[in-house]
Design a protein around this ligand. Structure first.
Ligand SMILES: [Zn+2]
Length: 139
Protein backbone atom coordinates (compact mmCIF):
# COMPACT_ATOMS: atom_id res chain seq x y z
CA UNK A 1 0.00 0.00 0.00
CA UNK A 2 1.45 3.37 -1.02
CA UNK A 3 1.65 6.42 1.22
CA UNK A 4 -1.08 7.98 -0.88
CA UNK A 5 -3.34 5.01 -0.15
CA UNK A 6 -2.58 5.17 3.55
CA UNK A 7 -3.41 8.87 3.59
CA UNK A 8 -6.68 8.23 1.86
CA UNK A 9 -7.71 5.55 4.36
CA UNK A 10 -6.56 7.68 7.24
CA UNK A 11 -8.88 10.43 6.08
CA UNK A 12 -11.72 7.93 5.77
CA UNK A 13 -11.02 6.69 9.29
CA UNK A 14 -10.98 10.19 10.76
CA UNK A 15 -14.21 11.04 9.01
CA UNK A 16 -15.83 7.86 10.30
CA UNK A 17 -14.56 8.60 13.79
CA UNK A 18 -16.18 12.01 13.72
CA UNK A 19 -19.46 10.46 12.57
CA UNK A 20 -19.41 7.90 15.36
CA UNK A 21 -18.57 10.53 17.98
CA UNK A 22 -21.44 12.69 16.77
CA UNK A 23 -23.82 9.72 16.86
CA UNK A 24 -22.65 8.82 20.38
CA UNK A 25 -23.29 12.35 21.61
CA UNK A 26 -26.74 12.22 20.14
CA UNK A 27 -27.50 8.89 21.81
CA UNK A 28 -26.13 10.12 25.13
CA UNK A 29 -28.35 13.19 25.11
CA UNK A 30 -31.31 11.09 24.11
CA UNK A 31 -30.79 8.56 26.88
CA UNK A 32 -30.07 11.29 29.40
CA UNK A 33 -33.19 13.31 28.68
CA UNK A 34 -35.23 10.15 28.86
CA UNK A 35 -33.98 9.13 32.29
CA UNK A 36 -34.45 12.67 33.53
CA UNK A 37 -38.05 12.56 32.41
CA UNK A 38 -38.53 9.23 34.19
CA UNK A 39 -36.92 10.48 37.39
CA UNK A 40 -38.95 13.67 37.54
CA UNK A 41 -42.09 11.71 38.46
CA UNK A 42 -44.28 14.00 36.45
CA UNK A 43 -47.76 12.66 37.23
CA UNK A 44 -49.64 14.85 34.76
CA UNK A 45 -48.29 12.82 31.90
CA UNK A 46 -48.42 9.54 33.79
CA UNK A 47 -51.27 7.76 31.99
CA UNK A 48 -49.93 8.69 28.63
CA UNK A 49 -46.51 7.63 29.73
CA UNK A 50 -47.75 4.23 30.90
CA UNK A 51 -49.20 3.56 27.49
CA UNK A 52 -45.89 4.47 26.08
CA UNK A 53 -43.67 2.56 28.42
CA UNK A 54 -43.10 -0.50 26.29
CA UNK A 55 -41.82 1.48 23.34
CA UNK A 56 -39.85 3.70 25.67
CA UNK A 57 -37.85 0.93 27.25
CA UNK A 58 -37.40 -0.67 23.88
CA UNK A 59 -36.03 2.61 22.53
CA UNK A 60 -33.67 2.95 25.44
CA UNK A 61 -32.34 -0.57 25.10
CA UNK A 62 -31.93 0.09 21.44
CA UNK A 63 -29.94 3.28 21.96
CA UNK A 64 -27.83 1.66 24.66
CA UNK A 65 -27.10 -1.12 22.23
CA UNK A 66 -26.15 1.45 19.65
CA UNK A 67 -23.90 3.20 22.14
CA UNK A 68 -22.08 -0.04 22.92
CA UNK A 69 -21.73 -0.71 19.26
CA UNK A 70 -20.44 2.82 18.63
CA UNK A 71 -17.86 2.38 21.37
CA UNK A 72 -16.70 -0.84 19.74
CA UNK A 73 -16.44 0.85 16.34
CA UNK A 74 -14.55 3.74 17.88
CA UNK A 75 -12.08 1.30 19.37
CA UNK A 76 -11.65 -0.41 16.03
CA UNK A 77 -11.08 2.94 14.31
CA UNK A 78 -8.36 3.78 16.83
CA UNK A 79 -6.71 0.42 16.20
CA UNK A 80 -6.91 0.97 12.45
CA UNK A 81 -5.33 4.43 12.81
CA UNK A 82 -2.49 2.81 14.75
CA UNK A 83 -2.04 0.36 11.88
CA UNK A 84 -1.90 3.30 9.45
CA UNK A 85 0.84 4.78 11.61
CA UNK A 86 2.78 1.53 11.64
CA UNK A 87 2.05 0.95 7.94
CA UNK A 88 0.42 -2.41 8.63
CA UNK A 89 -2.88 -1.00 7.57
CA UNK A 90 -4.88 -3.21 5.20
CA UNK A 91 -3.46 -6.51 6.43
CA UNK A 92 -5.79 -9.11 7.89
CA UNK A 93 -5.06 -9.44 11.61
CA UNK A 94 -5.64 -13.18 11.50
CA UNK A 95 -4.07 -14.52 8.31
CA UNK A 96 -1.93 -11.51 7.31
CA UNK A 97 -3.25 -11.34 3.77
CA UNK A 98 -4.17 -7.93 2.36
CA UNK A 99 -7.80 -6.99 2.89
CA UNK A 100 -9.79 -6.29 -0.26
CA UNK A 101 -9.58 -2.57 -1.12
CA UNK A 102 -13.26 -2.26 -1.80
CA UNK A 103 -13.98 -3.70 1.64
CA UNK A 104 -11.58 -1.21 3.21
CA UNK A 105 -13.26 1.68 1.49
CA UNK A 106 -16.65 0.56 2.81
CA UNK A 107 -15.34 -0.33 6.29
CA UNK A 108 -11.98 1.42 6.73
CA UNK A 109 -11.64 0.01 10.26
CA UNK A 110 -12.02 -3.61 9.11
CA UNK A 111 -9.25 -5.67 10.69
CA UNK A 112 -10.02 -9.02 9.06
CA UNK A 113 -10.27 -10.10 5.47
CA UNK A 114 -13.64 -11.27 4.28
CA UNK A 115 -12.84 -14.98 4.78
CA UNK A 116 -11.59 -14.56 8.33
CA UNK A 117 -14.51 -12.26 9.12
CA UNK A 118 -17.09 -14.78 7.97
CA UNK A 119 -15.30 -17.54 9.88
CA UNK A 120 -15.46 -15.37 13.01
CA UNK A 121 -19.15 -14.74 12.49
CA UNK A 122 -19.93 -18.42 12.02
CA UNK A 123 -18.04 -19.20 15.21
CA UNK A 124 -19.95 -16.54 17.14
CA UNK A 125 -23.31 -17.65 15.76
CA UNK A 126 -22.57 -21.25 16.59
CA UNK A 127 -21.94 -20.41 20.24
CA UNK A 128 -25.19 -18.52 20.74
CA UNK A 129 -28.73 -19.86 21.15
CA UNK A 130 -30.19 -20.98 17.83
CA UNK A 131 -33.50 -19.22 18.33
CA UNK A 132 -34.93 -16.71 20.81
CA UNK A 133 -38.28 -18.47 20.93
CA UNK A 134 -39.02 -21.37 23.32
CA UNK A 135 -40.08 -24.58 21.50
CA UNK A 136 -43.78 -24.25 22.43
CA UNK A 137 -43.99 -20.87 20.70
CA UNK A 138 -42.36 -21.98 17.50
CA UNK A 139 -44.35 -22.77 14.36
ZN1 LIG B 1 -7.70 -13.23 6.89
Amino acid sequence: MTKKDLDRYKKLLLKKKEEVLRAMKHIEQDTLSQSQRDASGDLSGYTLHMADIATDSYDREFSLGLATNAQQILYEIEEALKRVQEKHFGDCQTCGKPINRRRLTAIPYASLCIECQSKEETKRRGAGPSSGLPPELRG
